[in-house]
Design a protein around this ligand. Structure first.
Ligand code: NAD
Ligand code: TDX
Length: 342
């Protein structure tokens, strides 16, 4: 199979590529297509870069001319679209890059897939398209309405609608997955878990938004990747599959668990100004993927968090490299006032 993986230099995409290349499949040809934004990092894939089944091409999924050339040359059988602007806080600062990458980029890929006869299109989406739950609401099923709240979530929801519309209108073989919060190796330290690990290890304040009672459903990235492989190979065309870890925790519980594992005091926790429009709770009902494809999450939050912290401890150079330059400016913009105002 010839497979294009867009956004393969990011957190989940690089974990997915590693999972595929670990399988002894001589028929696989994998093209990693990534723009290498601040979140894309080829160091995430140094261990597989010499694999003869793997190629990397730098490109912007929203650039139709570039994309047409790549499709023409590679002639993919399938495409899995991870490429996106993925951080909610950045979308609140400036929505424009999210509209371009997440919506326009998806439209360009769909048009190329249609024009060049790509047989399967897997769109990686998120639980955030369903909006927010209260404490007592049942978890999201695929039948929940799509009511996104942040510019990021709205851009992902738009892309989902486009992908499903191409199935309805042109009978394209598409599948959409919506996953809960991922954590694990190679996650950029702007998201909650890697940021808190990094700050705890370097004795910096841990900025918890609002009162820290917001709830997320955490999934270890490798479990997400095994689910994606099942959906890619066996998912039904035109269908949406929810993927979750069945591990709901309040942010403050997550932060305290990290401090306890690394042996740092809770006095490092700093409650800061809340995220505007902050969704209270996400939770995923996995019954469809479990019932139809037999997939289940296998890593508990305790195991996954221990493994993730060990990984960050063993990859201090990786962290050092990714938090230089643009990251520092972002951190000052995002947290400078918040941390000094409290
Ligand atoms: P990430 O930010 O780590 O990686 C995104 C990758 O996309 C980067 O390598 C970046 O360079 C690339 N990219 C961005 N714009 C591009 C463009 N225009 N053209 C080509 N490449 C581009 O994100 P992630 O956390 O790995 O998320 C991957 C996907 O999974 C995203 O679509 C995200 O919405 C979705 N998702 C993420 C989570 C999560 O918890 N991280 C949960 C559910 C769904
Ligand atoms: O410094 C912080 N302090 C804090 O309290 C950060 C970065 C986050 N938080 C809170 C906000 C959220 O309630 O932690 C929770 C998790 O925040 P993020 O890691 O930014 O994730 P979230 O906004 O939940 O979105 C994530 O899950 C769905 C991913 O970033 C998305 O790409 C994915 O689609």
């Amino acid at each position: 199979m010839k497979l294009i993986v867009t956004g393969g230099a990011g957190f989940i995409g690089s974990n997915f590529i590693r999972l595929l290349l670990e399988k002894p499949d001589d028929h696989l040809k994998l093209l990693n297509l990534d723009k290498l934004t601040y979140a894309g990092n080829l160091d995430n894939l140094t261990d597989v870069s010499e694999d003869s089944r793997y190629t990397f091409v730098k490109g912007d999924i929203a650039d139709i001319l570039e994309m047409r050339k790549i499709f023409e040359q590679f002639e993919p059988d399938a495409l899995i679209n991870f490429a996106a602007e993925s951080h909610v806080d950045r979308s609140i600062e400036d929505a424009a890059p999210f509209i371009r990458a997440n919506i326009q980029g998806t439209q360009v890929l769909l048009d190329c897939a249609m024009a060049f006869g790509t047989k399967r299109f897997l769109q990686i989406s998120t639980d955030e398209v369903y909006g927010s739950l209260s404490e007592s609401d049942p978890a999201f099923t695929e039948k929940n309405p799509v009511v996104p709240n942040s510019p990021y979530a709205a851009s992902k929801a738009s892309a989902d609608h486009l992908v499903l519309a191409y199935h309805h209108t042109y009978d394209m073989d598409v599948v959409v997955t919506r996953c809960s919060n991922n954590y694990g190796p190679y996650q950029f330290p702007e998201k909650l878990i890697p940021l808190m690990i990094h700050n705890a290890l370097t004795d910096k304040p841990l900025p918890v938004y609002g009162d820290g009672r917001n709830i997320r459903d955490w999934i270890y990235v490798k479990d997400h990747c095994t689910a994606l492989h099942e959906v890619l190979v066996r998912g039904e065309a035109g269908r949406v599959y929810n993927i979750g870890g069945d591990q709901e925790f309040r942010n403050i519980e997550v932060v305290k668990a990290i401090l306890s594992i690394v042996g740092k005091p809770e006095s490092l926790i700093k409650f800061v100004k809340d995220r505007p429009g902050h969704d209270f709770r996400y939770a995923m009902d996995n019954s469809r993927i479990t019932g139809e494809l037999g997939w289940e999450p296998s890593v508990t939050f305790e195991e996954g968090l221990e493994q993730t912290i060990s990984w960050y401890l063993s990859k201090k150079d990786w962290v050092k490299k990714v938090i230089s330059g643009e990251y520092r400016e972002y951190f000052d913009r995002m947290y400078g006032d918040r941390l000094s105002a409290n």
